[in-house]
Design a protein around this ligand. Structure first.
Ligand code: PLP
Length: 405
């Protein structure tokens, strides 16, 4: 009998956030077990609501949004993105250089499909948001991981980055603010990355989806604002900042020297046309969502849920023997280190699975973010404080006598 397996294009593609551990959790849920999910950065299920004016803007415009739009998006959405980009100092020239997407995810795959030939290399951070590595691989490229340094606030290790550039390298990806570490990169680091891209003639991709989820008064700099001479693609969206991951709203802006990327832009235009357009009702809310750039969401200030939950998880993790964590400054993730030697951990996925089976709490292992050593995991600290407290008490209890077999 004829059988069908996945295409060989997917052979080395790996996206473990929704991978085997989650499959096991789903089986447990199907059997009626209650699982505490600390694994996915999706605000809505944790009782975070979208701002009312966003829902209103979407419903008010539904009648106008029945047809396809221009493949890059409706003008008023792109105008709002253009204004926001300029507020951030990104030198976008025209609305033609702005593309809306069904979430940033669609655009991440699009930018790699449009650029890479088999064997091309792209520098991607470790740890990374794994869709970047998966998209490079799916497009036939090789993701070469540069280290982000935990002992230095998880900033990119610039020496390591430069060392990994070869004559096959086409681009550098940065995720700033970062998922999974919550790091926000200072201007000096970004300037050095920009300089590296300039010297080695590389494209910069900057994923800035968390740029409006900042805490402790830190400021976010868009790398594209520092290098108007370097071709940069900056990606952003509303899934996280406006708690509307389900609406699928993302965009990208092209800036810098376009004279040497004409062919690539043609490719992007073709791919953008092939998917016809992004979700049109969602495009209508961009203008409202980007209305006030300067206001910090109350959730991110002391007394706000994201801030208070960050404080709790950071202190709790650091008070558990064998765990330590750098304080995240943005987003809603923390990437703690576990003393692998002490707990005999040689397989971090197994560790997460053991914890799931015993305590019914779901995490993602560090390997899911292309972190090589089996000594990290990611927690999403969106669940309510009492659930985080419960989970951390269970973690403390679990580690008391855990030894990996
Ligand atoms: N980029 C980063 C760094 C993310 O963490 C995520 C989602 O978790 C995405 C992109 C994708 O977001 P979306 O497709 O919802 O816009």
């Amino acid at each position: 009998m004829r059988t069908f397996s996945k295409s060989s294009k997917l052979d080395n593609v790996c996206y473990d956030i929704r991978g085997p551990v989650m499959d096991e959790a789903n089986e447990m849920i199907a059997k009626g077990e209650k699982i505490f999910k600390l694994n996915i950065g999706n605000p809505a299920p944790f009782a975070f609501n979208a701002p009312d004016e966003i829902i209103q803007a979407m419903t008010d415009n539904l009648r106008n949004a029945q047809g396809y739009s221009d493949s890059k998006g409706i003008t008023e959405a792109r105008q709002a993105i253009y204004d926001y980009a300029h507020f951030k100092g990104i030198p976008v020239e025209s609305l033609n250089d702005i593309y809306t997407g069904n979430g940033v995810s669609e655009l991440i795959t699009m930018v790699m499909q449009g650029l890479l030939n088999n064997g091309d290399e792209v520098l991607v951070p470790a740890p990374d948001y794994p869709l970047w590595t998966a998209s490079v691989t799916l497009a036939g490229g090789t993701a070469v991981h540069y280290i982000c340094d935990e002992s230095s606030e998880w900033y990119p290790d610039l020496e390591d980055m430069e060392k990994k550039i070869t004559n096959k390298t086409k681009a550098i990806v940065i995720i700033n603010p970062n998922n999974p570490t919550g790091a926000v990169y200072p201007k000096e680091i970004l300037e050095k990355i920009a300089d590296m891209a300039r010297r080695h003639e590389l494209i910069i991709f900057s994923d800035e989806i968390y740029d409006r989820l900042l805490m402790d008064g830190v400021e976010h700099t868009s790398i594209a604002s520092l290098c108007p001479d370097v071709f940069c693609i900056t990606l952003n969206g509303l899934s996280k900042s406006h708690r509307i991951a389900g609406f699928r709203v993302g965009w990208m802006t092209l800036s810098g020297d376009k004279s040497r990327v004409k062919g690539y832009i043609e490719g992007l235009n073709m791919l953008s046309s092939m998917r016809l357009c992004s979700n049109v009702p969602s495009q209508y809310i961009i203008k409202y969502a980007l209305g006030d750039y300067t206001k910090t969401d109350d959730l991110l200030l002391p007394g706000g849920r994201i801030y208070d939950q960050r404080e709790y998880i950071y202190n709790a993790l650091n008070s558990i023997d064998g765990l330590s964590a750098v304080k995240p400054k943005a987003a809603f993730y923390i990437f703690p280190k576990i003393d692998a030697k002490r707990f005999n951990i040689t397989n971090d996925e197994q560790f997460v699975l053991d914890f799931l089976r015993e305590k019914k709490i779901l995490l993602v292992h560090g390997g899911g973010f292309h972190w090589e050593q089996p000594d990290h995991f990611r927690i999403v600290y969106l669940p309510k404080l009492e659930d985080l407290e419960y989970s951390m008490n269970e973690m403390r209890d679990f580690l008391k006598d855990y030894k990996q077999k």
